[in-house]
Design a binder for this molecule. Structure first.
Ligand SMILES: Cc1ncc(COP(=O)(O)O)c(C=O)c1O
Length: 317
C-alpha cells in the first residue's frame, strides 16, 4: 500500500510531510475537533466517493453542534478538497479523513482560537481484520457506558468523544475480543466503538431487523444505507431499544460503519449468536452493500460521486 504523498491543509494540497498539528491547539490539547470517515471505492468508472453529500453535511453539522461559528470552508469547498486529495494521491480506493480542528484557543473558548481544515487520505482495507467479513467477529459488552448526549453530543463526530471508544475497544482487545458493544446511559444497546448495530429475529417465519433508536447514537450513514437496502429487499426494519439479552437470543447480529462496512458478530460475551457465523440476512446485506459500493447496484449512481481529475493549480509546495 502506497503512503499518501499529499494532504490538504486549509485551502491547498501540500506534501504529506506538512500534515502536522500545532502542539498548542485545542484540537490537540482537548480533542476539540470534528471529523468524518468516508470511503472512496474503485468502480468501473474510476474512483468514486460513497455518500459524499451526507458525510460533508454531517461534518458541518458536527461543527455547528460544538459551536463553531465562522467556518473556514463551505460544503462545496470540502468536496473539492476531498476530490483533489484523492486525485493527487492517485488512489483508486481509499479512506478519507476530513477534519476541522481548533488551533490555539488555550483560553478554552471557541472564539479564542482559529478553526483549521485538513483532509488526509490513506489506503485502508480491513478495519476489523481480514477475516471479519467472512467469519464474523467476537464482541463483549464494554464496562464503559456510551456518552449521554448531555455529556458529549453523540450526533457529532467530535475527536474527544473517541477517548471513550478507545477505552472500550482497548478493554475488549485486552480481554481477547475484537470489538466492544456500548450500552447507553439508559442501559440499552447504543452502538459499538465505531459502528452501529443491528439484530435479526425470526417472528412467525418472518425475519425482522431491529436497530437502536437514533437519539443516543451517531446517526451512521452506513446504517442509513443498510436500512434502505434492507427495505428494498422487503425486510421490515424497526428502530427500538435493544436490551443486552435480546442480543444473546438474536438469530443474527451485525454491525456496520464506513471503516468496518458490514460485519457479523458471531459471539457476544462468550455466547454464540445464531449459528455462530454470518446469517442469511447479514450475508444478503453484505452482498447488496458490496454491489452498491462497487458501482453495480441500482442505487450506486445516486450514492457514488465520481472523483474528477486533479486540478494542478490546487497543488502547492
Ligand atoms: C460511534 C460511531 N458509531 C457509528 C459509526 C458508523 O457511522 P458511519 O456509517 O457513518 O461511518 C461510527 C463511524 O463513523 C462511529 O464512530
Amino acid at each position: 500500500m502506497a503512503a499518501a504523498r499529499y494532504i490538504w491543509i486549509d485551502n491547498s494540497l501540500r506534501p504529506a510531510s506538512e500534515g502536522v498539528v500545532p502542539f498548542l491547539s485545542a484540537g490537540m490539547q482537548f480533542g476539540f475537533s470534528v471529523f468524518e470517515g468516508i470511503r472512496c471505492y474503485s468502480t468501473d468508472n474510476g474512483p468514486a466517493v460513497f455518500r459524499m453529500n451526507e458525510h460533508v453535511e454531517r461534518l458541518l453539522d458536527s461543527a455547528h453542534i460544538i459551536g463553531f461559528r465562522d467556518l473556514p470552508v463551505t460544503a462545496d469547498q470540502v468536496k473539492t478538497a476531498i476530490n483533489q486529495t484523492i486525485a493527487a494521491n492517485e488512489y483508486s480506493a481509499c479512506y478519507i479523513r476530513p477534519m476541522i480542528y481548533l488551533d490555539g484557543a488555550m483560553m478554552m473558548t471557541v472564539e479564542s482560537g482559529t478553526p483549521r481544515f485538513v483532509v488526509a487520505v490513506w489506503e485502508w482495507k480491513n478495519f476489523l481484520g481480514a477475516e471479519a467479513k467472512e467469519r464474523g467477529i467476537r464482541a463483549n459488552i464494554a464496562s464503559f457506558t456510551r456518552l449521554h448526549p448531555n455529556i458529549m453530543m453523540t450526533k457529532a463526530k467530535v475527536s474527544g468523544n473517541y477517548v471513550s471508544s478507545i477505552l472500550a475497544k482497548t478493554e475488549s482487545h485486552r480481554a481477547g475480543f475484537d470489538e466492544a458493544i456500548m450500552l447507553g446511559p439508559d442501559g440499552y444497546v447504543a452502538e459499538c466503538t465505531g459502528e452501529n448495530l443491528f439484530i435479526v429475529r425470526n417472528k412467525q417465519g418472518e425475519k425482522i431487523i431491529f436497530t437502536s433508536p437514533r437519539a443516543g447514537i451517531l446517526e451512521g450513514i452506513t446504517r442509513d444505507s443498510l436500512i434502505t437496502l434492507a427495505r428494498d429487499l422487503s425486510y421490515s426494519v424497526v428502530e427500538e431499544p435493544i436490551s443486552r439479552d435480546q442480543l444473546y437470543i438474536a438469530d443474527e447480529v451485525f454491525v456496520c460503519g464506513t471503516a468496518a462496512e458490514v460485519v457479523a458478530l458471531r459471539e457476544i460475551d462468550f455466547r454464540t449468536i445464531g449459528d455462530g457465523k454470518a446469517g442469511p440476512v447479514t450475508r444478503a446485506l453484505q452482498h447488496e452493500f458490496d454491489k452498491l459500493v462497487n458501482g453495480r447496484h441500482a442505487r450506486s449512481a445516486e450514492w457514488l460521486a465520481p472523483v474528477p481529475a486533479l486540478n494542478a493549480a490546487a497543488v502547492r509546495g
